[in-house]
Design a protein around this ligand. Structure first.
Ligand code: KG4
Ligand code: ZN
Length: 326
């Protein structure tokens, strides 16, 4: 069974092809260069760029897989959450294609896509487990109770984890996206030189908070600390915060398996510190951590491929909770 997966929720055009649950092609047209000079994603530019590239990218994916468009059995696209103008491009394209082919169209939640990306190489894993989605737009910790059933354990009270990396990078005069830039600079710095405190330390519950940290970084800059030392300290404290919250949740819920996904899952220090916390970790394979189309096809395969319902009448949604707030 061939599934085409499309994701245009933000600034990457993602087109993936999955055959019987295995990723065959995963193409991402990044808009990083387009948005870089603005220091963040400009929604209207993102939508226009998606329109420019999506059809060519789908053709390229089909060519790479050596199949015809008529070989597709199902088309899946991200319904939300995301930038509505951007979402609509992939979502409407997917609907149109499915309709023209007479094949089912399946709407996928973006965060469900991230979760299933981390399971691509772990078909043996069964719920329940914890899933942390940490990206530029989300810091959500879920308890995956059963396939397709999610309980929101905690979320950020302010900025998302990746957003904090991006904002701190901007303060330090580094490029966008900020996560990889901070990670690189941090290797040259000494975290001990810049005292920053771990957010919400000593508190109960499973909330995250990153905006105070961003303010503390701005103060440290004013005081004249070196950028590399600030980057090292910020990364250490942000990672420590995430590790503290998820460890507490793992104990509370009695779960020892943690899936980590989203762009921030690529952070080597986060990986190392979580490993040290004694959890069984599931990470997405390279190329599936950040936004992509294959993860959308994977989610459709796991949750809906057996009995696909045609969802042509479901509208896209910028705001779309995966589970009710705690
Ligand atoms: O999942 P993603 O590609 O897009 C969203 O859905 O947001 O995540 C991108 C985010 C950006 O904020 C970026 O700075 C962050 O993930 N990121 C990282 C790293 N690589 C990407 N944050 C920390 N360390 C990294 N190595
Ligand atoms: Zn994402």
């Amino acid at each position: 069974m061939w599934i085409l997966g499309l994701d245009t929720s933000c600034d990457d055009t993602g087109v993936g092809l999955v055959r019987d649950g295995a990723v065959v092609v995963n193409l991402v047209a990044s808009q990083t260069l387009l948005h870089q000079r603005y220091g963040g994603v400009v929604p209207e530019l993102a939508s226009r760029e998606h329109i420019q590239v999506i059809d060519g990218l789908v053709q390229q994916a089909l060519n790479t897989a050596k199949i015809e468009v008529s070989d597709l059995d199902l088309v899946a696209a991200t319904r939300g959450p995301g930038l509505i103008g951007a979402l609509l491009v992939g979502y409407t394209y997917g609907k149109g294609l499915a309709f023209a082919l007479g094949k089912p169209f399946v709407a996928v939640h973006h965060l469900e896509g991230h979760i299933y990306a981390a399971l691509a190489e772990h078909p043996e894993v069964e719920p329940p487990f914890l899933a942390l989605v940490a990206s530029g737009g989300h810091t959500h910790l879920f308890e995956v109770k059963r396939w397709g059933e999610y309980h929101l354990v905690g979320a950020t009270l302010d900025d998302a984890a990746g957003e904090a990396f991006d904002k701190v990078a901007r303060l330090l005069g580094l490029g966008y996206p900020g996560g990889p830039a901070i990670e690189q600079l941090a290797y040259q710095g000494d975290a001990r030189r810049v005292p920053l405190s771990v957010p919400l330390q000593g508190q109960e519950g499973f909330a995250f908070s990153f905006s105070g940290l961003k303010t503390a970084v701005a103060r440290a800059l004013e005081k004249g600390y070196a950028a590399a030392d600030i980057a090292a300290s910020f990364q250490q404290v942000a990672v420590e915060h995430i590790v503290q919250v998820v460890s507490r949740a793992a104990r509370y819920y009695g779960l020892s398996t943690l899936l980590v996904t989203g762009g921030v899952a690529q952070n080597a220090m986060l990986k190392a510190r979580l490993q040290a916390a004694g959890l069984r970790l599931l990470f997405p394979p390279k190329g599936l951590a950040t936004d992509n189309g294959a993860m959308i096809a994977l989610a459709a395969w796991r949750t809906q491929a057996q009995r696909p319902q045609n969802q042509l009448s479901l509208p896209a949604a910028a705001y779309l909770p995966l589970s009710p707030a705690p």
